[in-house]
Structure formats: C-alpha cells, structure tokens
Design a protein around this ligand. Structure first.
Ligand SMILES: Cc1cc2nc3c(=O)[nH]c(=O)nc-3n(C[C@H](O)[C@H](O)[C@H](O)COP(=O)(O)O)c2cc1C
Length: 191
C-alpha cells in the first residue's frame, strides 16, 4: 500500500478537549472548549492554550492574564461540545448547562466543580501566531477531586473517565496498554 500526502494542516490528534474558565475585568465569568492545549514545560510547570482572538473568552484572558484549565470526563462530554459551539456573547453557558462553579485558589477565576482536575494558570507570554494566539502560562495551582485518590495517596485520572478529541469526534480512553517504562522493566520472577 502507498501513502497519501495531505496538505500541511493540523493532524496532531488525539488531543485533550478541556474547558477553560476565566473572569473578565467587569466580573463576568467565561467558559469555552479548547483542544489546542498542551504541556510545554515540566519545571517550571507550564502549559499553553491557543485561542482565536474572536472568542468572547479571549479579551478576558488577555486582560487579566489568568485562566483555569478544567479537565473533562465522559459525563461532561455534552458540556464540552456545547461550550465549544455556543459563545458567551449570546449565551449564558453556565446557566444553560447547569454548570456548578467553584472559586479558584490562586487566580481570580471560576473553576468547574465537576472537573476532576483544575489547573490554575497565569499568562507569561502571548505569541500572536496567526489564526490563534498562544497563551503560554505558568501553572500556579492544581486542585484534584479526592474521589480519585487511592489509599497510597496516588491520583488516578483514568477512574474519572477522561475524554479525548480526534478529527472532530470525542472518544473515551479505552483499555490501558502498558505503564511508563514497561518495555524495559524486568519481569518479577515467581519463587
Ligand atoms: C472540540 C472543540 C475544540 C475547540 N478548540 C478550540 C481551541 O483550541 N481554540 C479556540 O480558540 N477555539 C476552540 N474551539 C471553539 C470555541 O470553543 C468556540 O468558538 C466557543 O464558542 C468560544 O466560546 P466563547 O466565545 O464564549 O469564548 C473548540 C471547539 C470545540 C467543539
């Protein structure tokens, strides 16, 4: 079988589909869906989100320099889609979807109570790349739902049923295939 060349485009999938929450200077709360999100540095902990300037959330994040990345789950998939196809300009997405807010700890933003992981961010740099502007941000606080902690105090995101987004479709994670380093790990001998 041969291979087919595609014109250069966004083919880096699957991706997380997260809900980004923010509060504008007038005190209005915003929420929208973002798939162009990524970890960019371990130490200091940093992530990026890329946002079209036309989004209602854009000026809020640009002016305040603060936002929260809320990870999403199977239960939340309807909210993920809705918040990605309706704008805060015409809709109160919080009320329409019955979304419960929490106050973030280190930034003046709402966070999404249903989210298993809330990542609070402060913008360090804005790269005006083209269609999207990339907010490169420091992670200043992380809060997780204690329901997903085990007795050894380890966090299990997989128990929250996280979702991914690939070529226009939302998927769940499916079965685990191996853990970090499993290919080189020595098998335990049976005595
Ligand atoms: C799955 C999905 C992923 C999206 N990813 C992004 C993204 O990474 N950046 C962006 O600017 N818009 C993205 N959008 C579109 C915005 O979420 C959408 O335009 C939303 O209505 C903006 O809301 P707002 O105007 O209230 O800020 C995405 C939409 C969906 C459904």
């Amino acid at each position: 079988m041969g291979r087919i060349s595609f014109k250069p485009g966004n083919m880096l999938y699957p991706l997380p589909a997260v809900l980004v929450t923010s509060r504008d200077a007038s005190g209005r709360d915003h929420i929208f869906t973002v798939a162009w999100a990524g970890t960019v540095c371990t130490n200091p902990p940093m992530l990026s989100i890329s946002v079209r300037p036309g989004r209602a959330s854009y000026p809020a994040i640009r002016q305040t320099g603060e936002f929260v990345v809320n990870l999403t789950t199977k239960k939340m998939v309807g909210d993920v889609d809705y918040c990605g196809v309706r704008s805060g300009r015409e809709h109160d997405k919080w009320t329409e979807r019955g979304l419960e807010k929490m106050e973030a700890s280190k930034v003046n933003c709402p966070a999404l109570a249903a989210s298993p992981v809330q990542i609070e961010c402060k913008v360090r740099e804005i790269l005006e790349l083209g269609s999207h502007h990339m907010f490169v941000a420091d992670v200043v606080h992380v809060s997780v739902d204690e329901a997903y902690m085990d007795e050894k105090n380890r966090f299990h995101l997989e128990k929250a049923d996280p979702i991914v987004y690939s070529h226009g479709t939302y998927f769940d994670l499916g079965k685990p295939l191996g853990t970090f380093g499993y290919s080189v790990r020595k098998k335990k001998r049976r005595s």
